[in-house]
Design a protein around this ligand. Structure first.
Ligand code: TRP
Length: 350
């Protein structure tokens, strides 16, 4: 069996460091590992429209923002196919047939969808397109026969639902589709980076993000005003590191080399944590280290992004080529699906 990756993001804003440690960094590693036959990275504009149908300008503008973030992080069009979901109409057709295999009750049980419905105040009247996006996501994954889907943990219910669709499709119509599995970040802090305000999730609407495109001054300002342990008032007070976003960020980003370079009196994060927990270590010192680590990590990404942003037509050109390639691959799967479903009436006509 081939090793194929498909993953993607909704273009509703620039990508932030939560996206980076949660999935982007891993994708680049997997891309460069040479272990995959094909890698598809999708900008999910059609899915973004399921809750932004009244704001297509926002979705359109963010397609290039997300593409710039991808390329700046090291995704390489020579190794990975970067494409725009809506260009691949075959995905919509697959989703339509998969809808027969999923009940309304099953859709309403999806915990991520449930949380989003609440957050968006869709409780009284849920747009059908929104409720069914997990089915469209199953189409995204299966159209490319992807077996590996690198995502954050909020996407696990989508992958589970895709697996169920594959099993019921193959059971009914014969072995056609490939069951995908999710690949999550190995480090727990990377699974869900909290916001700079200590809230559980980094999210644009909460205004608690550090973006990949933030200037050095913005990064510094955001780090210096980060929420820490509210009970760590005097430097001598014992502090909490497990719910303290400054330490969670260090968990996700810092290495022993960073300690040797910026804070050599500690060998590693464990020593720094132990000191904070004992008492006697001030928040400012931790924040200064975190700022240095983030500046070092984000600088090359930001510089590459600034360079790429000078030629936006080249970004659209790259996306068009990728989208044409993705369309051809999805069309092959769609033909197999139609054959399995015995609706390939005209397949043999010239
Ligand atoms: N749901 C993902 C997000 O919220 C985007 C997405 C759409 C996706 N289709 C996908 C991710 C298929 C992985 C696989 O960003």
């Amino acid at each position: 069996m081939k090793n194929i990756i498909l993953t993607g993001d909704r273009p509703t804003g620039r990508l932030h460091i939560g996206h980076y440690v949660g999935s982007l960094r891993r994708r680049v590693e997997l891309q460069n590992s040479g272990n995959f036959d094909k890698i598809y990275i999708m900008i999910a504009d059609a899915q973004a429209l399921t809750d932004n149908f009244d704001n297509p300008d926002k979705v359109r503008a963010n397609i290039t923002e997300v593409a710039l973030d991808y390329l700046a992080c090291g995704l390489d069009p020579a190794k990975s196919t970067l494409f725009v979901q809506s260009h691949v109409a075959e995905l919509t057709e697959l989703a339509f047939y998969y809808m027969n295999l999923v009940t309304l009750a099953r859709l309403e049980r999806n915990p991520t969808v449930k949380a989003e419905i609440k957050q968006k105040n869709f409780e009284l009247s849920i747009p059908t397109g929104f409720l069914t996006y997990p089915i469209s996501q199953a189409a995204d994954i299966t159209a490319f026969k992807a077996n590996v889907v690198p995502v954050g943990d909020d996407q696990l219910p989508m992958i589970e639902q895709a697996r169920e669709i594959v099993r019921s499709f193959n059971g009914l119509y014969g072995e056609t589709l490939v069951e995908p599995k999710a690949v999550l970040p190995s480090n727990k802090a990377c699974l869900r980076l909290p916001g700079t305000d200590g809230k559980a999730k980094m999210s644009k609407s909460l205004g608690n993000c550090i973006y990949l495109s933030d200037s050095p001054e913005e990064i510094k300002r955001k780090v210096m005003s980060m929420y820490t342990d509210p009970n760590h008032i005097k430097v001598t007070d014992p502090g909490n590191t497990s719910e303290n976003p400054t330490f969670l960020y260090l968990e996700a980003f810092s290495t022993e080399e960073h300690f040797a370079k910026y804070l050599p009196e500690y060998a590693n994060l464990n020593e720094l944590k132990a000191h904070y927990e004992r008492g006697g270590l001030g928040d400012m010192k931790v924040k200064k280290l975190l700022n240095a680590v983030l500046q070092e990590t984000l600088e090359p990404i930001r510089l590459r992004r600034e360079e790429l942003a000078k030629d936006i037509p080249a970004i659209w050109d790259m996306l068009y080529k990728g989208s044409e390639k993705a369309k051809a691959a999805a069309a092959e799967t769609l033909a197999e699906v139609k054959k399995a479903m015995k609706i390939d009436y005209f397949a043999n006509r010239q």
